[in-house]
Each structure stands twice: as C-alpha cells, then as structure tokens.
Design a protein around this ligand. Sequence first.
Ligand SMILES: Cc1ncc(COP(=O)(O)O)c(C=O)c1O
Length: 415
Amino acid sequence: MLPDIRTPLPGPKSRALAARLRSVEGANVTFLPQDESFPIFWESGNGCLITDVDGNQLLDMTSAFGVSALGHGATAATQAIAKQSNLLLHGMGDVHPTVAKLELCEELCRTSGLPAAKVILGTSGGDAVEAAIKSAILRTGKHRVVAFDGGYHGLNLGALNATARHDFRMPFHRHLADFVTHFPYGSPLENLPDDTAAVLVEVIQGRGGVREASTDWLMHLRSLCDAAGALLIVDEVFTGFWRTGEVFAHRHHGVTPDIIACGKVLGGGMPISACVGTGDAMSGWPVSTGESIHTSTFLGHPGGCASAVATLRSLSDMDASATVNRLGAYLRSHLDLIARKHTRKVTSIRGKGLMLGIQMDAHGAAVTLSDALLQNGIITLPAGNGDVLELTPPFVVTEHQLDFVAGAIDQALTL
Ligand SMILES: Cc1ncc(COP(=O)(O)O)c(C=O)c1O
C-alpha cells in the first residue's frame, strides 16, 4: 500500500490540533512553526502506513524513531499487551516481580549471547545507557567514561554527559560533570585516559548521521579496554534487534562487548529498555537487601515486558535477519543508483540492513529533502547536521513501497 494524500499537508484538522497543542505543551517539545507547515497528527497505523487525523495515509520510513520493526499495529505486541493488561497492567518491578519480567530477562540474556548475562531493565534508551555506565563504575571502581564525537546516548542528565551534541548540552553545561572524555569517532586512541571505567560506543551512529565504525577500530577499542581494565559498552539502542541485519550490530564485527545498552525495537512500541552485561561486568552491583539503589516506578512494567517478549519471539520467528538483509540490500541498490545519478547532491550511502543514510553535500540539505518527501506522503528524518537522510523503515516494508520511496527521492533531487 502506498501513500494516499487527500488534503494539503498538514491537513486542516492537523493544523487546528497544532494550534491547541501550542497553547498547552512546553515550547521546546513539538516543532510548531507559525506557518503551520508542521506537524501531522497521527491517528492510527497499519504496517508501514500511518493514517493522519485528516484521513491521509503516509508511509513511515522511520519506524517512528526506529522502534516499530514489526510495523505499526503489529499484533504480536498488541495481543500480548491486551492479554497482560487483563491480568495486571502495572506491578512492583523491583519488589514483587511478574512472570513477564522474568521471561523478558531470560529472553534478553539468551539473545545477548553474553556469558552468565544479567539484565537491568529501564524505560528509555537513556536509562539503559545510564545503567550501563553505573555498572561499569561499580565493577571497575573507576570513574571516567570515554565516548565519541557525534555520539547520541539520550538526554537524561546522566546520559547527556556522553551525548556529544553541543546544542543539547550547552543550556545545561554547568550541570554536566566532566567524567566523560570525547574522542573523534573512528580515530585510533593512543591509550585510554587514567581511571577509565568504560568506553561507550555506537557501532553505527544513528542520530549522528548513520556513521559506521570499522571492525579494526572496534577491535582496537576492545583491546584498549582489556589493557586498561575498562569495560566496553556498546550502545545498541538504535542498532539492536536486527535493525542492521544482525541481532546486534557488534556481531557484524566479531567484537564482544561487556555490556549492551538496548531499547527502541525491544518493546514493540512500549517504552522499555535494557542494560545487558556479562555476569562479570554486572558483578559490581551490591546484592539488594530490600532497597534497590537503581530502580524506578515502572521498572519491569508488565505490559512492556509482555510486549517485548512477544516482539522478540516474533522477530525471531519471521527470521528478521534474512528479511532485513534482503530488504536492506534492495533499498541499498536503489540508493546506490540515486547516488550515482545525483553525484553533486549525494556524496555517499551508508549503513547496514534497514538502517541506511544518504549523505548529502550540505548542512540542512537532508532537512529540505525530508520536507519534500513529506509532501509526497513519505515520513523520514534528517540526521547528523541535517546533512544525512536517515531511512529506518519497519521490517515489513514491501519492495513496492521501497520502489516508491526511491522514485520520490530521485524526483526530489532532480528538481
Ligand atoms: C544510540 C542511542 N542511544 C540512546 C538513545 C536514547 O534513547 P531514548 O530516546 O529512548 O532515551 C538513542 C535515541 O535515539 C539512540 O539512538
């Protein structure tokens, strides 16, 4: 099914709702320009298609921030949530657990492949990163974290220390501690700074512009960590759960991390994330004596856990790896042709599986392209410095839909 646009975008209902939202939501949250050119209010979803409040159907090439791998409205998640919510929607995650939490932890340990793995659940990617950093601090007794330029690890005040975007950090710079040292992404380091507890790295930087780490560099980070007694944390919040064609992106490189931070795809649309580490990496945590030093009200949320378990099982049943590799190669071949045709505007195509980026020649060029695609009913996101168009569609996208998207990109670049 392809986009079906019946009104100017945004339509009249979206515009009216945006005016209402402007009067009640914090000013920095939703982009609500005075010319009303944005946003589109979503009403429902089915597979890759989103129906907006004006009855337009749009093609989601983002999986809504890389989450909805099985497509919008996927029954694995909705049925699991319905079943769990009839039993118990909310529980007491770190006090009286549910079977759903146990099953998710078991599933994550198995999927991670890490020896004697242990899990700490959270509700956002930033939570997972913070739990990973805390685990490394406790295990090593050291305090420094090495992270990389262009890295995005979340905006919670803890995770923001590691996120390298100046615009996100600047308003809060006085509240950021100096325990994170940033180095250029992909460049070899002579050694790790003294007192390094962890190296935190994205195998492919998503929001940073679909920038890929090389196997050599990841191996180099692994050996630096080993030499310094630091832990290697891979932030797989975006890349995890087959987004790149492997269950985790580090598997493409044969590098074994100590800790994996993950989220997004995991919950099947429910806000749930996890820090999964080797038994050794997670061994710094004191055994709970009744009061956990790292928890939250919604930790191990039963509905979220049930949705996550069903999503992971469904992805594994559908052979997500084969599906993503096949569709990713198909989209990639379209994008490579586009790059060859529009050499002045497109400088490279990057990424793996269904996490692909079109590197444009100028800052902001991907924003312009994304806006043009939206007018054709295609939802995309710019990344990097607005110079990379990121394509991370649901794994249920069809070749026909990818043909349509490629055609629209080609046409927009031709204008
Ligand atoms: C690699 C990576 N880490 C962490 C995060 C933060 O996740 P959340 O927005 O769920 O806190 C993101 C979000 O895009 C991400 O891409």
